[in-house]
Design a protein around this ligand. Structure first.
Ligand SMILES: [Zn+2]
Length: 107
């Protein structure tokens, strides 16, 4: 199942209310790409490993280049706003860790 931004997440079963649906994604941490919350009761369901959150393949248009950023959604999560037309627009901060030759990481 994919949202309007092309982020695809498999439906999960909520152990609190029993709903089976694509979760609402929150900020990730460490090895986790994001945290999954139940779309119906809003409670935490599980951490999502990076392999469960994948971008849907999008057709290239004209001379537009594509890039793939692999990181963790920041502690502030995803903010979804709606234009007057109803079109959704999401914004979030992606935390990237860069490792230098000495093995020291920086964000
Ligand atoms: Zn639930």
């Amino acid at each position: 199942m994919c949202d309007t931004l092309g982020v695809c997440v498999t439906p999960l079963t909520c152990r609190h209310c029993g709903a089976v649906d694509a979760p609402v994604l929150g900020p990730g941490s460490g090895p986790h790409a994001a945290r999954a919350h139940c779309r119906h009761c809003g409670r935490f369901v599980q951490w999502l490993p990076r392999v469960r959150v994948q971008r849907k393949e999008v057709m290239s248009v004209g001379s537009v280049n594509r890039c793939l950023l692999v990181g963790t959604i920041s502690k502030y999560g995803v903010e979804v706003r709606y234009a007057p037309s109803g079109a959704p627009c999401a914004s979030f901060t992606l935390v990237l860790v860069e490792t230098d030759k000495d093995g020291a990481g920086s964000t």
